[in-house]
Ligand binder design. Structure first.
Ligand code: GCV
Length: 897
């Protein structure tokens, strides 16, 4: 009996789908209805021994067996199979037996009417998902069988099969309904087009995976542009990518094996995304070389069965770089002719090519300003070439001068988008979409919505959101971004003194624009689980969901993602949802509250703290701190005038200190450190408290995760745990750096006496050193007392100290720097006996090699349950390796609770 139970729950690995002729893999089985079976899934013995007519008997027997077995099955410990995260949220994990039975009225036939590659993907996916989750084998039929059946097709195709079916299907969307006819039930998944069929199938499977009853549903996408951008370079690196190398490119060419591209297409389609720009917006000048186009076409081929159209980033100087013209002036007729011919060539190779993304006059990229032309003139010459093929240009609104004059108090990078594009509104060809980053600076942990979004009323626009966590912890920290995006999308910009939430503007509803949408910078990589942090996949999922329907709630999105990713165990769902939902707020608390920006090292890798790096340079991410106060004065009255770029009703709210929300205070105003916030705390005390609260919250992640041990497969459990432990340590670096810096500049001490006072810490200069020498750390706030020790010899160096703690059980933490140039070894010895050892070669911090001890490389190693008594001697031995001098910041000894 137990063996049978196993067989009706085939493992996912066994759930392969093969196309074949008549069902032959079942020995002497015959299909009694004589339908041609074109889809065959390796069947369970139970099903294999039954004809379709006998299926019900099989199910009845099964039900009887279950009634006997139910109690004992329910009491079995959950079987958690090892997983890699490669399937993302499309795991189709086998459902518990009692749940499978809830679906036992589900049809066993599938009539798939369409013949396109996308329609075939839809049919195959339905069969694959149902088989994997329910052990159910779908039999394909070319005509409507006298049995319950799924019908899959476009409205025309469905009506042809089943004239009784009457539903209307929105363009690009789908309708799922049940129709009774001829004494049978037909479950109709109708797509407005073949992509719609695919979206409908994924929605049905999503419901089954959540163990929900299948309910009729009709949905349509919010807007036509639902794309990801990948910032992949042809050499295989990814700009701001934190999960390994490119799935598309290697060594200057398109990879020969593109199976990951196809899998990526499947993930994108499953959440309704329909386009992917595969190369960096800082585009290789030879993207449009004829040989490269031939290669790129292979990527488009891999995406096509999933309804994902490929697009490319192109450099505006391509007519010169590729076409060898003397100019790329958009008004030069030769240039226009070149774009036309190049685009024709592109469509010959890639007939469903989606269009171009263009970054110009920004961060060193050439642009129309070289010839005194406008972004509209540049975008339009390319758009005209694409028009006959229905291609689009996504011209980025991220145009700014990165050589701003710090001494000019009116200079303000945040103004740039509006200043560069406002006057051009209405001057773009209809197939141009302005791609606008959601904030006016650059994906900081908190920014106001870009005022450009309210200013473009006669031009289509797409909002650019960043899935890759460039400024939000680089997929080493858990930051679920959907709450941030919801906050952005719900912001009512009050254009024309009426309700104009960002979501409705970018959907094209507010100003009746035809081509709006959503672009997410995803940067998945070759890491098996795509984005490195298992929790980060919720951002890719959530982006797709919001692009499809911005009305969805944060709670709904995370709940579904968690169930699909980790299963439906209520405890797992509760813990994971709780962790994710608050993580943006927590990250904001321990990095950069009150709208100040990320406070990261903005001229380096944008990861750890590096506070003053933002100031006194041309990049304009300033907060203009002095000893009296902090924050950019962006008011109209006395500041840069940025606030005046918002529609008047919103500008009024931001202009006044009394009404400006605290969350954006330092973005909009220069405020004294002792300014009283609405909470009743001074600004500086708020900064201290928020950082302590945020770091304390991050420290709860690992213990909360521990409660799921055994309920999640070990590989994903361990991977996530290691990241949470790392994050807890790195949040302390952030906390200490930011609070020490504020205390130093303001001269106002922390009322609670925490900042700069670390009684459990043993600084390196109070230890006895053998071989270790002291170095200053830059910036100073990223190491305790601004100093570290390094071992600049090949032999190991040591630090020793007498502990003098009362007898008890302790945690010992060593703060060191993992530079990743080599793999230094560390050993902790208690009274000369080995206590712990580790190697500084973690793949976790930082995402890129950084050869300096600083806030990005600072890492904490912790050993718990150490029994200490007065007089114990602790020794740390560091052995350098390949330029990594085993640097140490401090040791902390904490009594365990
Ligand atoms: C692809 C920021 C990032 C850059 C990125 C740029 C952009 O400046 O740090 O890496 O370049 O934005 O969006 O173009």
């Amino acid at each position: 009996m137990v063996v049978r139970t196993e067989k009706i729950r085939p493992s996912q690995a066994d759930g392969t789908i093969t196309k074949s002729g008549p069902f032959s893999g079942a020995g002497n089985d015959t299909d009694m209805l004589g339908h041609k079976v074109i889809l065959r899934i390796r069947a369970t013995n139970l099903h294999r021994n039954k004809s379709p007519a006998n299926g019900k008997i099989a199910r009845m027997r099964l039900r009887t067996a279950v009634s006997f077995l139910a109690l004992s099955l329910l009491s079995l410990a959950p079987c958690v199979r090892a997983e890699t995260g490669e399937e993302g949220w499309l795991r189709y994990a086998p459902l518990p037996l009692q749940t499978q039975l809830q679906y036992n009225t589900m049809p066993h036939y599938l009539v798939a009417a369409g013949h396109s590659a996308v329609a075939e993907s839809a049919a195959t996916e339905l069969a694959r998902g149902l088989h994997s989750m329910l052990g159910e084998t779908l039999r394909a039929s070319s005509s409507v069988p006298p049995e319950d059946a799924f019908l899959l097709g476009t409205p025309l195709e469905i009506r042809h099969l089943l004239p009784a079916w009457k539903a209307t299907v929105p363009a690009g969307g789908f309708s799922f309904s049940q129709v009774a006819a001829h004494g049978h039930h037909y479950w109709v998944i109708a797509g407005g087009d073949d992509r719609g069929e695919l979206y409908g199938v994924f929605r049905v499977l999503e419901q089954v995976a959540q163990q929900m009853p299948l309910t009729p549903d009709t949905e349509s996408p919010s807007s036509p542009i639902r794309w990801v951008n990948q910032w992949d370079n042809f050499d295989g690196t990814i700009e701001r990518g934190y999960a390994g190398r490119s799935i598309f490119f290697d060594n200057g060419q398109v990879r020969s094996d593109l199976h990951r591209v196809s899998e990526y297409g499947r993930l994108l389609a499953s959440v309704g995304l329909n386009g992917a720009t595969v190369n960096n917006v800082n585009a290789n000048l030879h993207t449009l070389d004829p040989e490269m186009i031939v290669e790129l076409a292979r990527i488009a081929d891999a995406f096509r069965p999933w309804g994902v159209r490929m697009s490319l980033s192109v450099d505006l100087s391509s007519p010169q770089a590729v076409g060898h013209l003397g100019t790329f002036d958009p008004l030069d007729p030769q240039v226009a002719a070149w774009w036309k011919e190049k685009v024709n060539e592109l469509y010959r190779a890639i007939p469903d090519f989606a269009g171009f993304v263009i970054k110009a006059d920004s961060e060193g990229r050439p642009g129309p300003s070289k010839y005194g032309r406008t972004p509209a003139q540049a975008a339009n010459v390319v758009a005209r070439a694409l028009k006959p093929h229905s291609g689009v240009v996504l011209y980025r609104g991220f145009v700014y001068n990165n050589h701003l004059d710090w001494n000019n108090l009116k200079a303000d990078r945040a103004r740039a988008g509006y200043d560069n594009f406002r006057a051009l509104d209405g001057k773009f060809e209809p197939n141009v979409v302005i791609q606008v980053k959601h904030g006016p600076i650059d994906f900081q942990v908190r920014e106001p919505v870009s005022p450009l979004i309210a200013a473009l009323r006669h031009t289509s626009q797409a909002i650019e959101l960043q899935i890759t966590q460039e400024y939000t912890g680089q997929q080493r920290h858990m930051v679920f971004l959907v709450p941030m995006w919801k906050w952005v999308l719900n912001t009512d910009l009050r254009a024309q003194n009426r309700s104009t939430p960002v979501s409705e503007i970018v959907e094209g509803k507010s100003f009746h624009q035809p081509l709006g949408g959503f672009v997410g910078v995803a940067n998945v990589g070759l890491d098996t689980n795509w984005l490195h942090h298992p929790m980060a996949m919720a951002n890719l999922y959530g982006f797709g969901k919001l692009a499809w329907n911005p009305e969805l709630t944060t709670e709904g999105i995370i709940d579904t993602w968690t169930r699909l990713t980790f299963g439906n165990n209520p405890k797992v769902v509760d813990v994971v949802n709780g962790l994710q939902t608050n993580s943006w707020r927590v990250y904001e608390q321990y990095t950069g509250p009150l709208g100040i920006g990320g406070l990261t090292n903005i001229i380096s890798i944008h990861y750890g703290p590096g506070i003053e790096s933002a100031e006194r340079n041309g990049w304009g991410q300033w907060f203009r701190a002095d000893k009296h106060g902090i924050g950019m004065d962006r008011t109209v009255a006395t500041g840069t005038g940025y606030i005046g770029q918002y529609p008047p009703q919103l500008a009024k709210v931001y202009e006044s200190l009394d009404t400006c929300p605290d969350s954006l205070l330092l973005f909009m105003h220069h405020v004294p450190y002792n300014y009283m916030l609405r909470s009743g705390k001074t600004l500086v005390q708020h900064v201290y408290d928020a950082h302590y609260e945020g770091a304390a919250a991050a420290a709860t992640y690992a213990p909360r995760w521990h409660t799921l041990h055994g309920l999640i497969d070990d590989p994903r459990y361990e991977e996530t745990l290691a990241l949470f432990e790392y994050e807890a340590g790195h949040a302390v670096v952030w906390r200490d750096a930011v609070t020490a810096w504020f205390q130093n500049i303001s001269g106002i001490p922390d009322k609670l006496g925490r900042v700069g006072q670390y009684p459990d810490r043993i600084e390196t200069d109070s230890m006895q050193a053998d071989g270790y020498t002291t170095v200053a750390v830059t910036p100073w706030e990223t190491a305790s007392a601004g100093k570290a020790v390094v071992c600049n010899r090949s032999a190991p160096c040591t630090l020793s100290t007498k502990l003098g703690r009362p007898a008890g059980v302790y945690t010992i933490a060593v703060r060191y720097f993992d530079l990743r140039t080599g793999a230094a070894h560390y050993e902790l010895l208690l009274n000369n006996q080995p206590l712990a050892h580790w190697v500084a070669n973690a793949t976790l911090p930082p995402a890129a090699v950084d050869a300096h001890p600083n806030g990005s490389t600072s890492t904490l190693f912790t050993v718990s349950d150490v029994h200490l008594k007065p007089g114990d001697t602790l020794m740390l031995r560091g052995t350098p390796n390949q330029g990594e001098p085993a640097p140490v910041d401090y040791i902390e000894v904490n009594k365990q609770q």
